[in-house]
Design a protein around this ligand. Structure first.
Ligand code: ADE
Length: 230
């Protein structure tokens, strides 16, 4: 069974609508919708915004549903200069940009325990997601996606995430899901559609484009579901 996590209703509703044989359970105030998605056994959840909500949801999917892979879908702030609203970013790796033990001599983003900054996404899942985006005629890039409990909308934040992490996009959940998946030895993937460019315009662009962008990421997951071997 594959687990699919989004933070907001707009990021998962289209997946739940497309599922058959649905069964709903509520655990830790999160609704889990299991069933069949494009011929694949799947469980879909709206985790809520931020790293803690995402981590709790991922751990529940692993323990209660025995998922063999987790995909995180949704919207992101584009950081790479070429990215435009509506473009897709498929993560090859993720990092928690707000993890900071630099005063102790660690690199920015270093996660003590996992002892790394970057968590590698499942290569096959990322390749399938990228191929499906290309086939859908959507502009898609592969790169680093960074997560933190912050909405990125200032130049100094943007610049730091580009320079320190070489990030293509910023959001608020993907790396937390990656972190939990690494701890449990479960493969994971992250696909995000750009809702804003993490700049001065983001407070206006995000509410204007979030629904359209979220739906685009969902469409690519639906194309990919049947092909995923996990
Ligand atoms: N998700 C979508 N846009 C974002 C932004 N600018 N910062 C963080 N998360 C986001």
């Amino acid at each position: 069974m594959i687990g699919i996590i989004g933070a907001m209703d707009s990021e998962v509703r289209g997946l739940k609508t497309a599922m058959s044989d649905k069964e709903i359970r509520e655990i830790a105030s999160v609704e889990f919708c299991s069933g069949t998605l494009c011929g694949k056994k799947a469980v879909v959840a709206e985790a809520g915004v931020g790293k803690v909500n995402a981590a709790v949801t991922a751990q529940i999917m692993i323990m209660e549903y025995g998922v063999t892979a987790v995909i995180n879908t949704g919207v992101a702030g584009g950081l790479e200069d070429s990215l435009r609203i509506g473009d897709i970013v498929v993560a090859d790796k993720v990092a928690e940009h707000d993890m900071d033990t630099t005063p102790l001599g660690d690199e920015p983003g270093f996660i003590t325990g996992l002892d790394r900054v970057y968590m590698e996404c499942d290569r096959e899942t990322a390749d399938i997601l990228k191929t499906c985006a290309d086939e859908a005629g959507v502009r898609a890039v592969t790169g680093t996606v960074v997560s933190g409990d912050q909405f990125i909308c200032r130049d100094d934040q943007r610049k730091r995430l580009r320079e320190v992490f070489g990030a293509a996009a910023a959001e608020m959940e993907g790396a937390a899901i990656g972190h939990v998946c690494v701890m449990n030895g479960v493969p994971f993937g992250v696909i995000r559609a750009v809702s804003d460019c993490a700049n001065d315009d983001s407070a206006v662009d995000f509410p204007a484009f979030e629904k359209e962008a979220a739906a685009r990421s969902i469409e690519i997951i639906k194309r990919a579901a049947a092909r995923l071997s996990v």
